[in-house]
Design a protein around this ligand. Structure first.
Ligand code: TAP
Length: 484
């Protein structure tokens, strides 16, 4: 079998016990799909890890019917404290199987094991723990006296944080009393299948969570299904826009988490050692496959040369390679298609006159890789300053005054996140008010916590995930105290 040919690092191999093929997860069981099966591959080696069933429209129908049944007969009748117990159980099982989940995620997605082990999987557990606590306290969420579940939630997620996005979607939906049908991204469905095993271990009632794997057309069949009450989508702005049009005029509620082109703003009084690490983390974490990545570095002119020099030095120490090696900093690009997109946009940057610098690292022969890259002499008109690259590519722009920094930072159709590096607390507070971004970090970047709402302004979407705000997306509430 093809997946047996893959030879992961020895310590990792013993942890995984993958099946050769995974079915859809409907009504508490793994079942065959009506469509083809497709291969899920390791982007680091291009070898097949497992085969996954593809759901057709009939399978989506079955999954929605199972979710509806579970909603009507079990989940909407269960007390909040009992729903909370299931969520706690799921959180504990995620912790028990943490190493296995981390290895599977790194294998299937290409991201470094240090990140899946220390960030993705712990946050998945944290999200379930956090929302478990809300399940019996919904009337205290500030959403009105008697908030009610919406019903069946259709959820579609991307490939950059496969398990974490799944947790961001499923945990608040279940805590609020909804049932779920979720579609993972086609290139990263593997850990959703391991998560389905966890749901079985947790004895979650059949049909409360259903997982339909497949391509974009499966997602489309799901979000346009007549019997869903809520659509939650994370992905590209283009697909989000299309879904918004499809959902408009129906009874479905919609939340969208879309793209970003975040400004990471470094003032001349910034704590420089911390700022360099923050810039690197901001754009090279998860190979830059991060919607809130600090992909536009705005540096105050007086410290531009120092910052760029120090960044180049730091990037030269990063190790690119095997995602399963604990010393790896930069893993594989998730797919050939994404690699092509990063290459095309980077070539455009060069052709438009920006200066390209690439870290000198050995690129493995097999797999999809892109070395950390910095563009200087970038102007606001360049494509690399406007378009989301979703890869390990940093565009550096300069500014002279805080007012210019704010104007440049806001000069984008997106508004998901921003970063500020300065010693002045008053400047941080002033900028937070003026930056059109849903999340603003000060002297840090890419920090996530389940109690913190996350989401965008402008073309980065609407609705919030995380915190009590995240519950609002899954409740019919009278809303007198509803968070925006
Ligand atoms: P998309 O192509 O938009 O895909 C996202 C999900 O939607 C995938 O599961 C995809 O399935 C599915 N899909 C594709 N076409 C669809 C359709 N017509 N109807 C319903 N579902 C459809 O984005 P991506 O390439 O996976 O992810 C990258 C983008 O997502 C970036 O722009 C990034 O900024 C954004 N993103 C945003 C956030 C937040 S929190 N704002 C988080 C992560 C990513 P397939 O995979 O099978 O095509």
């Amino acid at each position: 079998m093809a997946f047996l040919e893959y030879a992961p690092a020895p310590e990792s191999a013993s942890i995984l016990n993958l099946k050769a093929q995974y079915g859809l997860f409907i009504d508490g069981e793994f079942v065959d799909g009506g469509g083809e099966v497709f291969d899920t591959i390791s982007p680091a080696t291009e070898q097949v890890i497992a085969r996954i069933a593809q759901a057709d429209a009939h399978d989506v129908d079955r999954a929605v019917a199972a979710a509806r049944r579970a909603y009507e007969t079990v989940w909407s009748r269960m007390s909040g404290s009992d729903r909370g117990k299931y969520l706690f159980r799921i959180a504990r099982l995620v912790q028990e199987r943490a190493r296995e989940l981390a290895v599977a995620e790194s294998l299937d997605n290409g991201k470094p094991i240090r990140e899946t082990r220390d960030v993705d999987v712990p946050l998945v557990a944290a999200w379930f723990f956090y929302y478990a606590g809300w399940a019996d306290k919904l009337e205290y969420a500030g959403l009105g006296p008697n908030p009610r579940a919406l019903g069946v939630a259709a959820q579609v997620i991307p490939w950059n944080f496969p398990l974490l996005m799944l947790a961001w979607k499923i945990a608040p939906a279940l805590a609020a009393g909804n049932t779920v049908v979720i579609k993972p991204a086609e290139t990263t469905s593997l850990t959703a299948m391991l998560f389905a095993e966890i749901l079985q271990q947790a004895d979650l009632p059949a049909g409360v969570v259903n997982i339909v794997t497949g391509p974009g057309s499966t997602g489309q069949a799901l979000v346009t299904h007549d019997d869903v009450n809520k659509v939650a989508f994370t992905g590209s702005t283009n697909v989000g826009r299309m879904i918004a049009r499809q959902v408009a005029g129906t009874q479905k509620k919609l939340t969208l988490e879309l793209g970003g082109k975040a400004a990471n703003i470094v003032f001349d009084d910034a704590p420089m050692d911390q700022a360099i690490e923050g810039i690197v983390n901001g754009i090279f974490f998860n190979q830059g496959h991060v919607c809130c990545a600090g992909s536009r570095l705005l540096v105050q002119e007086t410290v531009h040369d120092e910052v760029v020099e120090r960044l180049k030095e730091r990037l030269s120490t990063l190790r690119l390679g095997d995602p399963l090696d604990k010393n790896t900093d930069i893993g594989a690009i998730n797919s050939a298609a994404q690699l092509e997109r990063i290459r095309t946009l980077s070539d455009t940057g060069e052709n438009e006159g920006a200066e390209r610098w690439t870290a000198d690292c050995r690129i493995p022969e097999k797999g999809f890789w892109f070395a950390p890259t910095i563009f200087t002499k970038v102007s606001a008109a360049h494509s690399i300053a406007r378009e989301e690259i979703f890869g390990p590519v940093l565009s550096v722009l300069t500014f002279r005054t805080p007012a210019e920094a704010i104007a440049k930072a806001n000069n984008t159709p997106y508004g998901l996140s921003a970063g500020i590096w300065t010693e002045k607390g008053s400047r941080m507070l002033a900028l937070v008010d003026q930056l059109r971004a849903g999340v603003v970090w000060a002297n840090t970047f890419n920090r996530f916590d389940p109690s913190s709402p996350f989401g965008g302004y402008k073309e980065s979407g609407y609705g919030r995930e995380g915190g009590r705000h995240g519950l609002a997306a899954y409740l019919e509430a009278s809303g007198w105290d509803a968070p925006a």
